[in-house]
Write a protein that binds this ligand. Sequence first.
Ligand SMILES: Cc1cc2nc3c(=O)[nH]c(=O)nc-3n(C[C@H](O)[C@H](O)[C@H](O)COP(=O)(O)OP(=O)(O)OC[C@H]3O[C@@H](n4cnc5c(N)ncnc54)[C@H](O)[C@@H]3O)c2cc1C
Length: 418
Amino acid sequence: MAHMVVARVSSAPCKASGSRRSAVRAQSKAQQEADLRQTVAIVGAGIAGLASAVSLERQGFQCLVLERSETRREGGTAIALWKNAWRALDYLGVGDELRNGNHPELDSVELCAAEGGILKRFSFDECNGGPHEFRGVFRGELLRALESKLEQTEIRYGVGVERVTTTETGTGGVVLRTEGGEEMRCLAAVGSNGASSGLCGLPPTNYAGYRAIRGVANFEGEMPLPSSTVRQVLGRGMRAGMYPISDREVYWFVCFNGAEGDGPPMERALEAFRSWGHGVREVIEATAVEDMVASSIRDRWQSPLAPVGRGNLTLAGDALHPMTPNLGQGGCCALEDAVVLGRRLGGAAGGEGMAAALRSYEAERLRRTLKLTVRAGVMGSLLQIDNPLVTAARDAVVSRAFDPSSFLDHTSYDCREA
Ligand SMILES: Cc1cc2nc3c(=O)[nH]c(=O)nc-3n(C[C@H](O)[C@H](O)[C@H](O)COP(=O)(O)OP(=O)(O)OC[C@H]3O[C@@H](n4cnc5c(N)ncnc54)[C@H](O)[C@@H]3O)c2cc1C
Protein backbone atom coordinates (compact mmCIF):
# COMPACT_ATOMS: atom_id res chain seq x y z
CA MET A 1 0.00 0.00 0.00
CA ALA A 2 1.23 3.48 -0.76
CA HIS A 3 1.10 5.83 2.20
CA MET A 4 0.08 9.43 1.77
CA VAL A 5 2.84 11.14 3.66
CA VAL A 6 4.49 13.40 1.11
CA ALA A 7 2.18 16.33 1.57
CA ARG A 8 1.83 15.97 5.31
CA VAL A 9 -1.09 17.94 6.71
CA SER A 10 -1.09 18.90 10.39
CA SER A 11 -4.38 17.91 12.00
CA ALA A 12 -6.52 20.91 12.90
CA PRO A 13 -8.19 21.05 16.34
CA CYS A 14 -11.93 20.12 16.16
CA LYS A 15 -13.28 23.35 17.55
CA ALA A 16 -10.88 25.90 16.08
CA SER A 17 -12.27 29.37 15.51
CA GLY A 18 -12.61 30.71 11.95
CA SER A 19 -9.36 32.70 12.13
CA ARG A 20 -7.50 29.80 13.75
CA ARG A 21 -8.82 27.47 11.07
CA SER A 22 -7.51 29.69 8.28
CA ALA A 23 -4.16 30.06 10.11
CA VAL A 24 -3.90 26.27 10.35
CA ARG A 25 -4.83 25.95 6.66
CA ALA A 26 -2.18 28.51 5.72
CA GLN A 27 0.37 26.74 7.89
CA SER A 28 -0.46 23.32 6.44
CA LYS A 29 -0.30 24.70 2.88
CA ALA A 30 3.11 26.22 3.65
CA GLN A 31 4.16 22.89 5.17
CA GLN A 32 2.94 21.00 2.10
CA GLU A 33 4.89 23.35 -0.18
CA ALA A 34 8.01 22.97 1.98
CA ASP A 35 7.63 19.17 1.85
CA LEU A 36 7.25 19.24 -1.93
CA ARG A 37 10.51 21.19 -2.26
CA GLN A 38 12.25 18.15 -0.78
CA THR A 39 10.34 15.72 -2.99
CA VAL A 40 11.28 14.01 -6.25
CA ALA A 41 8.24 14.09 -8.55
CA ILE A 42 7.86 11.07 -10.81
CA VAL A 43 5.63 11.50 -13.84
CA GLY A 44 3.89 8.24 -14.80
CA ALA A 45 3.16 5.12 -12.74
CA GLY A 46 4.26 2.52 -15.30
CA ILE A 47 7.17 0.12 -14.79
CA ALA A 48 9.77 2.91 -14.95
CA GLY A 49 7.90 5.27 -12.64
CA LEU A 50 7.06 2.80 -9.89
CA ALA A 51 10.48 1.13 -10.00
CA SER A 52 12.16 4.57 -9.82
CA ALA A 53 10.06 5.46 -6.78
CA VAL A 54 11.08 2.22 -5.01
CA SER A 55 14.74 2.77 -5.86
CA LEU A 56 14.78 6.45 -4.80
CA GLU A 57 12.93 5.65 -1.57
CA ARG A 58 15.67 3.15 -0.79
CA GLN A 59 18.15 6.03 -1.08
CA GLY A 60 16.13 8.11 1.38
CA PHE A 61 14.31 10.34 -1.12
CA GLN A 62 10.74 11.42 -0.60
CA CYS A 63 8.82 10.77 -3.85
CA LEU A 64 5.48 11.78 -5.32
CA VAL A 65 4.17 9.84 -8.34
CA LEU A 66 1.71 11.61 -10.65
CA GLU A 67 -0.21 9.32 -13.02
CA ARG A 68 -2.66 10.50 -15.65
CA SER A 69 -4.85 7.35 -15.54
CA GLU A 70 -7.50 7.24 -12.86
CA THR A 71 -6.28 3.91 -11.45
CA ARG A 72 -3.31 1.58 -11.52
CA ARG A 73 -3.27 -0.47 -14.71
CA GLU A 74 -4.50 -3.93 -13.83
CA GLY A 75 -5.04 -5.29 -17.33
CA GLY A 76 -2.54 -5.65 -20.11
CA THR A 77 -0.77 -8.76 -21.17
CA ALA A 78 2.49 -10.21 -19.94
CA ILE A 79 6.07 -9.07 -20.16
CA ALA A 80 9.21 -11.15 -20.63
CA LEU A 81 11.77 -10.59 -17.89
CA TRP A 82 15.33 -11.72 -18.52
CA LYS A 83 18.23 -12.14 -16.10
CA ASN A 84 19.15 -8.44 -16.17
CA ALA A 85 15.61 -7.56 -15.07
CA TRP A 86 15.57 -10.17 -12.28
CA ARG A 87 18.74 -8.64 -10.89
CA ALA A 88 17.03 -5.25 -10.79
CA LEU A 89 13.88 -6.78 -9.26
CA ASP A 90 15.98 -8.47 -6.56
CA TYR A 91 17.57 -5.12 -5.74
CA LEU A 92 14.11 -3.52 -5.57
CA GLY A 93 12.93 -6.27 -3.22
CA VAL A 94 10.25 -7.90 -5.39
CA GLY A 95 12.19 -10.64 -7.22
CA ASP A 96 11.25 -13.57 -5.00
CA GLU A 97 7.63 -12.51 -4.69
CA LEU A 98 7.30 -12.56 -8.49
CA ARG A 99 9.29 -15.79 -8.83
CA ASN A 100 6.90 -17.46 -6.41
CA GLY A 101 3.87 -16.35 -8.43
CA ASN A 102 3.51 -19.61 -10.38
CA HIS A 103 5.46 -18.33 -13.39
CA PRO A 104 7.45 -21.18 -14.92
CA GLU A 105 11.11 -20.59 -15.58
CA LEU A 106 11.76 -21.16 -19.28
CA ASP A 107 14.97 -22.74 -20.48
CA SER A 108 14.88 -23.26 -24.23
CA VAL A 109 14.03 -21.66 -27.56
CA GLU A 110 12.41 -23.08 -30.69
CA LEU A 111 12.65 -21.20 -33.99
CA CYS A 112 10.10 -22.55 -36.48
CA ALA A 113 9.20 -21.87 -40.12
CA ALA A 114 5.59 -20.79 -40.65
CA GLU A 115 5.42 -23.11 -43.64
CA GLY A 116 7.66 -25.85 -42.30
CA GLY A 117 9.04 -27.52 -39.22
CA ILE A 118 11.37 -26.53 -36.41
CA LEU A 119 14.42 -24.74 -37.82
CA LYS A 120 16.46 -24.63 -34.64
CA ARG A 121 16.03 -25.68 -31.04
CA PHE A 122 18.50 -24.70 -28.35
CA SER A 123 18.75 -24.51 -24.59
CA PHE A 124 19.73 -21.36 -22.68
CA ASP A 125 22.61 -23.48 -21.31
CA GLU A 126 24.17 -23.24 -24.78
CA CYS A 127 24.29 -19.43 -24.45
CA ASN A 128 27.33 -17.75 -22.85
CA GLY A 129 27.00 -16.09 -19.45
CA GLY A 130 24.75 -18.65 -17.71
CA PRO A 131 22.99 -19.47 -15.55
CA HIS A 132 20.18 -17.57 -17.25
CA GLU A 133 16.78 -16.63 -15.91
CA PHE A 134 13.68 -15.99 -17.98
CA ARG A 135 10.03 -15.79 -16.94
CA GLY A 136 6.98 -13.97 -18.21
CA VAL A 137 4.81 -12.15 -15.68
CA PHE A 138 1.56 -10.22 -15.96
CA ARG A 139 2.21 -6.50 -16.26
CA GLY A 140 -0.45 -5.71 -13.65
CA GLU A 141 1.22 -8.09 -11.22
CA LEU A 142 4.60 -6.44 -11.73
CA LEU A 143 3.13 -2.97 -11.11
CA ARG A 144 1.29 -4.21 -8.02
CA ALA A 145 4.45 -5.78 -6.59
CA LEU A 146 6.44 -2.56 -7.11
CA GLU A 147 3.70 -0.39 -5.63
CA SER A 148 3.52 -2.62 -2.56
CA LYS A 149 7.14 -1.77 -1.75
CA LEU A 150 6.44 1.96 -1.44
CA GLU A 151 6.26 3.13 2.15
CA GLN A 152 6.81 6.88 1.97
CA THR A 153 5.54 7.67 -1.50
CA GLU A 154 2.17 9.06 -2.45
CA ILE A 155 0.76 8.08 -5.85
CA ARG A 156 -1.78 10.53 -7.20
CA TYR A 157 -3.87 8.90 -9.91
CA GLY A 158 -5.85 11.06 -12.33
CA VAL A 159 -3.14 13.77 -12.42
CA GLY A 160 -1.51 14.36 -15.81
CA VAL A 161 1.57 16.57 -16.01
CA GLU A 162 1.61 19.10 -18.83
CA ARG A 163 5.17 20.40 -18.46
CA VAL A 164 8.16 20.64 -16.18
CA THR A 165 10.46 23.64 -16.06
CA THR A 166 13.86 23.91 -14.41
CA THR A 167 17.07 25.91 -14.59
CA GLU A 168 20.27 24.73 -16.27
CA THR A 169 21.96 23.98 -12.94
CA GLY A 170 18.87 22.71 -11.18
CA THR A 171 19.15 25.42 -8.52
CA GLY A 172 15.64 26.04 -7.26
CA GLY A 173 14.50 22.55 -8.25
CA VAL A 174 11.76 22.03 -10.84
CA VAL A 175 8.26 23.40 -11.35
CA LEU A 176 5.59 20.98 -12.57
CA ARG A 177 2.37 22.18 -14.14
CA THR A 178 -0.44 19.64 -14.11
CA GLU A 179 -3.07 19.30 -16.83
CA GLY A 180 -5.53 20.66 -14.24
CA GLY A 181 -3.49 23.88 -13.99
CA GLU A 182 -1.89 23.25 -10.57
CA GLU A 183 1.77 24.23 -10.07
CA MET A 184 4.15 22.39 -7.75
CA ARG A 185 7.76 23.19 -6.97
CA CYS A 186 9.75 20.04 -6.27
CA LEU A 187 13.37 19.08 -5.74
CA ALA A 188 13.64 17.12 -9.01
CA ALA A 189 11.46 15.37 -11.59
CA VAL A 190 11.72 12.07 -13.43
CA GLY A 191 9.68 11.87 -16.66
CA SER A 192 8.68 8.22 -16.86
CA ASN A 193 5.60 8.88 -18.94
CA GLY A 194 6.28 6.57 -21.87
CA ALA A 195 7.57 6.80 -25.42
CA SER A 196 5.57 9.90 -26.33
CA SER A 197 6.75 11.89 -23.31
CA GLY A 198 7.27 15.46 -24.42
CA LEU A 199 8.79 16.58 -21.12
CA CYS A 200 12.37 17.04 -22.38
CA GLY A 201 11.54 18.01 -25.96
CA LEU A 202 13.27 14.97 -27.52
CA PRO A 203 12.49 14.10 -31.16
CA PRO A 204 9.40 11.91 -31.72
CA THR A 205 9.75 8.14 -32.10
CA ASN A 206 9.93 6.50 -35.55
CA TYR A 207 7.50 3.89 -36.82
CA ALA A 208 9.36 0.63 -37.53
CA GLY A 209 7.00 -0.46 -40.34
CA TYR A 210 5.09 -3.18 -38.48
CA ARG A 211 2.44 -3.61 -35.86
CA ALA A 212 1.90 -6.16 -33.11
CA ILE A 213 -1.08 -7.82 -31.47
CA ARG A 214 -0.61 -9.51 -28.09
CA GLY A 215 -2.74 -11.65 -25.87
CA VAL A 216 -2.81 -14.29 -23.16
CA ALA A 217 -4.47 -17.59 -24.09
CA ASN A 218 -6.14 -19.76 -21.47
CA PHE A 219 -6.01 -23.53 -21.74
CA GLU A 220 -8.04 -25.86 -19.58
CA GLY A 221 -6.34 -28.90 -21.08
CA GLU A 222 -3.04 -29.44 -22.84
CA MET A 223 -1.02 -26.40 -23.92
CA PRO A 224 0.22 -26.12 -27.51
CA LEU A 225 3.93 -25.98 -26.53
CA PRO A 226 6.23 -27.46 -23.88
CA SER A 227 6.03 -25.70 -20.51
CA SER A 228 9.63 -24.48 -20.58
CA THR A 229 9.91 -23.25 -24.16
CA VAL A 230 9.88 -19.88 -25.92
CA ARG A 231 8.72 -20.38 -29.51
CA GLN A 232 9.08 -18.01 -32.48
CA VAL A 233 7.44 -18.78 -35.81
CA LEU A 234 8.92 -16.99 -38.83
CA GLY A 235 6.93 -16.18 -41.95
CA ARG A 236 7.13 -13.67 -44.80
CA GLY A 237 6.62 -10.16 -43.41
CA MET A 238 4.81 -11.81 -40.52
CA ARG A 239 5.86 -13.71 -37.42
CA ALA A 240 4.46 -15.00 -34.18
CA GLY A 241 5.83 -15.90 -30.77
CA MET A 242 4.59 -17.50 -27.58
CA TYR A 243 5.67 -18.81 -24.18
CA PRO A 244 3.85 -20.16 -21.11
CA ILE A 245 3.41 -17.77 -18.18
CA SER A 246 1.65 -20.25 -15.88
CA ASP A 247 0.53 -23.88 -15.98
CA ARG A 248 -2.54 -22.90 -18.05
CA GLU A 249 -1.76 -19.53 -19.68
CA VAL A 250 0.33 -18.78 -22.77
CA TYR A 251 1.44 -15.25 -23.68
CA TRP A 252 1.57 -14.75 -27.44
CA PHE A 253 2.19 -12.05 -30.02
CA VAL A 254 2.01 -11.65 -33.77
CA CYS A 255 3.79 -8.97 -35.87
CA PHE A 256 2.81 -7.95 -39.39
CA ASN A 257 3.99 -5.29 -41.86
CA GLY A 258 1.81 -2.36 -42.86
CA ALA A 259 1.43 1.38 -42.87
CA GLU A 260 0.87 2.97 -39.50
CA GLY A 261 -2.53 4.22 -38.53
CA ASP A 262 -4.64 2.60 -41.22
CA GLY A 263 -3.87 -1.00 -40.25
CA PRO A 264 -6.62 -3.59 -40.62
CA PRO A 265 -9.02 -4.20 -37.73
CA MET A 266 -7.76 -6.76 -35.21
CA GLU A 267 -9.88 -9.66 -36.49
CA ARG A 268 -8.76 -9.18 -40.12
CA ALA A 269 -5.10 -8.76 -39.14
CA LEU A 270 -5.28 -12.07 -37.27
CA GLU A 271 -6.98 -13.91 -40.14
CA ALA A 272 -3.69 -14.60 -41.92
CA PHE A 273 -2.26 -16.25 -38.79
CA ARG A 274 -5.19 -18.59 -38.22
CA SER A 275 -3.87 -21.09 -40.78
CA TRP A 276 -0.44 -21.26 -39.11
CA GLY A 277 0.74 -24.32 -37.22
CA HIS A 278 3.12 -24.54 -34.24
CA GLY A 279 0.28 -23.55 -31.86
CA VAL A 280 -0.36 -20.13 -33.42
CA ARG A 281 -3.97 -20.86 -34.39
CA GLU A 282 -4.65 -22.42 -30.98
CA VAL A 283 -3.42 -19.43 -28.94
CA ILE A 284 -5.39 -16.95 -31.05
CA GLU A 285 -8.54 -19.02 -30.71
CA ALA A 286 -8.09 -19.37 -26.96
CA THR A 287 -8.04 -15.57 -26.44
CA ALA A 288 -11.02 -13.19 -26.41
CA VAL A 289 -10.52 -10.40 -28.97
CA GLU A 290 -11.41 -7.76 -26.37
CA ASP A 291 -8.46 -8.94 -24.24
CA MET A 292 -5.95 -8.48 -27.08
CA VAL A 293 -3.74 -5.40 -27.30
CA ALA A 294 -2.62 -3.85 -30.62
CA SER A 295 0.46 -1.61 -30.86
CA SER A 296 2.43 0.23 -33.51
CA ILE A 297 6.10 -0.63 -33.10
CA ARG A 298 8.29 2.45 -32.75
CA ASP A 299 11.73 3.42 -31.50
CA ARG A 300 14.24 6.26 -31.27
CA TRP A 301 17.98 5.75 -31.48
CA GLN A 302 18.96 8.05 -28.63
CA SER A 303 22.68 8.80 -28.52
CA PRO A 304 24.45 9.14 -25.15
CA LEU A 305 26.21 12.19 -26.62
CA ALA A 306 22.99 14.16 -27.29
CA PRO A 307 21.54 16.13 -24.37
CA VAL A 308 18.45 14.66 -22.71
CA GLY A 309 17.53 16.20 -19.40
CA ARG A 310 18.19 19.65 -18.02
CA GLY A 311 18.82 20.85 -14.47
CA ASN A 312 16.99 18.57 -12.06
CA LEU A 313 14.74 17.03 -14.73
CA THR A 314 15.51 13.64 -16.26
CA LEU A 315 13.74 10.77 -18.04
CA ALA A 316 13.41 7.01 -17.45
CA GLY A 317 12.01 3.97 -19.26
CA ASP A 318 10.45 4.36 -22.71
CA ALA A 319 10.54 8.15 -22.31
CA LEU A 320 14.36 7.92 -22.34
CA HIS A 321 14.99 4.99 -24.69
CA PRO A 322 11.97 3.77 -26.68
CA MET A 323 13.00 0.52 -28.41
CA THR A 324 11.27 -2.12 -30.53
CA PRO A 325 10.29 -5.21 -28.51
CA ASN A 326 12.39 -7.66 -30.53
CA LEU A 327 14.78 -8.41 -27.67
CA GLY A 328 12.07 -8.15 -24.98
CA GLN A 329 14.18 -5.50 -23.24
CA GLY A 330 12.20 -2.22 -23.03
CA GLY A 331 10.66 -3.00 -19.65
CA CYS A 332 13.79 -4.80 -18.41
CA CYS A 333 15.78 -1.64 -19.17
CA ALA A 334 13.18 0.51 -17.38
CA LEU A 335 13.91 -1.57 -14.26
CA GLU A 336 17.64 -1.13 -14.77
CA ASP A 337 17.13 2.65 -15.13
CA ALA A 338 15.47 2.76 -11.73
CA VAL A 339 18.38 1.03 -10.00
CA VAL A 340 21.02 3.19 -11.71
CA LEU A 341 19.02 6.37 -11.00
CA GLY A 342 18.95 5.52 -7.30
CA ARG A 343 22.63 4.64 -7.30
CA ARG A 344 23.63 7.88 -9.06
CA LEU A 345 21.36 10.16 -7.01
CA GLY A 346 22.24 8.43 -3.75
CA GLY A 347 25.41 10.50 -3.49
CA ALA A 348 24.01 13.81 -4.76
CA ALA A 349 23.01 16.39 -2.16
CA GLY A 350 20.92 18.70 -4.36
CA GLY A 351 21.38 21.79 -6.54
CA GLU A 352 24.28 21.40 -8.95
CA GLY A 353 25.29 18.06 -7.40
CA MET A 354 21.96 16.59 -8.31
CA ALA A 355 21.92 17.97 -11.88
CA ALA A 356 25.39 16.56 -12.48
CA ALA A 357 24.32 13.19 -11.06
CA LEU A 358 21.32 13.14 -13.41
CA ARG A 359 23.54 13.85 -16.44
CA SER A 360 25.83 10.95 -15.49
CA TYR A 361 22.81 8.70 -14.99
CA GLU A 362 21.53 9.58 -18.50
CA ALA A 363 24.93 8.96 -20.08
CA GLU A 364 25.35 5.63 -18.27
CA ARG A 365 21.91 4.44 -19.29
CA LEU A 366 22.12 5.55 -22.93
CA ARG A 367 25.51 3.88 -23.35
CA ARG A 368 23.73 0.64 -22.50
CA THR A 369 20.36 1.17 -24.19
CA LEU A 370 21.53 2.59 -27.56
CA LYS A 371 23.21 -0.74 -28.38
CA LEU A 372 20.05 -2.64 -27.45
CA THR A 373 17.79 -0.26 -29.37
CA VAL A 374 19.88 -0.59 -32.54
CA ARG A 375 20.17 -4.36 -32.19
CA ALA A 376 16.43 -4.77 -31.58
CA GLY A 377 15.62 -2.48 -34.52
CA VAL A 378 17.91 -4.32 -36.97
CA MET A 379 16.66 -7.69 -35.75
CA GLY A 380 13.05 -6.60 -36.27
CA SER A 381 13.79 -5.43 -39.83
CA LEU A 382 15.37 -8.80 -40.68
CA LEU A 383 12.52 -10.76 -39.10
CA GLN A 384 9.89 -8.71 -40.98
CA ILE A 385 11.42 -9.20 -44.47
CA ASP A 386 8.76 -10.39 -46.90
CA ASN A 387 10.85 -11.24 -49.99
CA PRO A 388 10.45 -15.04 -50.44
CA LEU A 389 14.05 -15.57 -51.64
CA VAL A 390 15.46 -13.70 -48.67
CA THR A 391 13.20 -15.45 -46.14
CA ALA A 392 14.16 -18.86 -47.63
CA ALA A 393 17.84 -17.93 -47.21
CA ARG A 394 17.15 -16.68 -43.66
CA ASP A 395 15.45 -19.94 -42.72
CA ALA A 396 18.36 -21.94 -44.17
CA VAL A 397 20.87 -19.90 -42.13
CA VAL A 398 18.82 -20.28 -38.94
CA SER A 399 18.53 -24.00 -39.52
CA ARG A 400 22.15 -24.76 -40.45
CA ALA A 401 24.44 -21.96 -39.30
CA PHE A 402 22.82 -20.18 -36.34
CA ASP A 403 25.09 -20.25 -33.28
CA PRO A 404 23.20 -19.43 -30.04
CA SER A 405 26.32 -18.86 -27.92
CA SER A 406 26.02 -15.03 -27.93
CA PHE A 407 22.19 -14.96 -28.10
CA LEU A 408 21.80 -13.79 -24.48
CA ASP A 409 24.99 -11.74 -24.02
CA HIS A 410 22.98 -8.55 -23.46
CA THR A 411 21.16 -10.07 -20.45
CA SER A 412 24.37 -10.54 -18.43
CA TYR A 413 24.47 -6.82 -17.57
CA ASP A 414 24.22 -6.12 -13.84
CA CYS A 415 22.75 -2.67 -13.11
CA ARG A 416 23.67 -2.95 -9.42
CA GLU A 417 27.36 -2.56 -10.25
CA ALA A 418 28.80 0.90 -10.81
C1 LIG B 1 4.33 -5.49 -28.39
C2 LIG B 1 5.26 -5.15 -27.26
C3 LIG B 1 5.84 -6.19 -26.53
C4 LIG B 1 6.75 -5.89 -25.50
N1 LIG B 1 7.34 -6.93 -24.82
C5 LIG B 1 8.26 -6.65 -23.87
C6 LIG B 1 8.90 -7.72 -23.16
O1 LIG B 1 8.60 -8.88 -23.37
N2 LIG B 1 9.85 -7.40 -22.23
C7 LIG B 1 10.19 -6.11 -21.96
O2 LIG B 1 11.04 -5.88 -21.10
N3 LIG B 1 9.58 -5.08 -22.61
C8 LIG B 1 8.63 -5.32 -23.54
N4 LIG B 1 8.01 -4.29 -24.19
C9 LIG B 1 8.38 -2.90 -23.83
C10 LIG B 1 7.70 -2.46 -22.55
O3 LIG B 1 6.31 -2.64 -22.67
C11 LIG B 1 8.00 -1.01 -22.28
O4 LIG B 1 9.38 -0.78 -22.41
C12 LIG B 1 7.56 -0.61 -20.86
O5 LIG B 1 6.19 -0.81 -20.70
C13 LIG B 1 7.91 0.86 -20.62
O6 LIG B 1 7.44 1.23 -19.36
P1 LIG B 1 7.40 2.78 -18.98
O7 LIG B 1 7.00 2.81 -17.54
O8 LIG B 1 8.64 3.45 -19.40
O9 LIG B 1 6.26 3.41 -19.89
P2 LIG B 1 4.71 3.13 -19.95
O10 LIG B 1 4.41 1.70 -19.70
O11 LIG B 1 4.25 3.70 -21.26
O12 LIG B 1 4.09 3.96 -18.74
C14 LIG B 1 3.97 5.37 -18.81
C15 LIG B 1 2.92 5.82 -17.80
O13 LIG B 1 2.89 7.24 -17.78
C16 LIG B 1 1.53 7.69 -17.80
N5 LIG B 1 1.53 9.02 -18.42
C17 LIG B 1 1.71 9.32 -19.73
N6 LIG B 1 1.73 10.65 -19.89
C18 LIG B 1 1.55 11.20 -18.66
C19 LIG B 1 1.51 12.54 -18.19
N7 LIG B 1 1.66 13.59 -19.01
N8 LIG B 1 1.31 12.76 -16.87
C20 LIG B 1 1.17 11.71 -16.00
N9 LIG B 1 1.20 10.43 -16.40
C21 LIG B 1 1.42 10.17 -17.71
C22 LIG B 1 0.81 6.61 -18.60
O14 LIG B 1 -0.58 6.62 -18.30
C23 LIG B 1 1.52 5.36 -18.15
O15 LIG B 1 0.91 4.80 -16.99
C24 LIG B 1 7.06 -4.54 -25.19
C25 LIG B 1 6.45 -3.51 -25.90
C26 LIG B 1 5.55 -3.81 -26.92
C27 LIG B 1 4.91 -2.67 -27.67
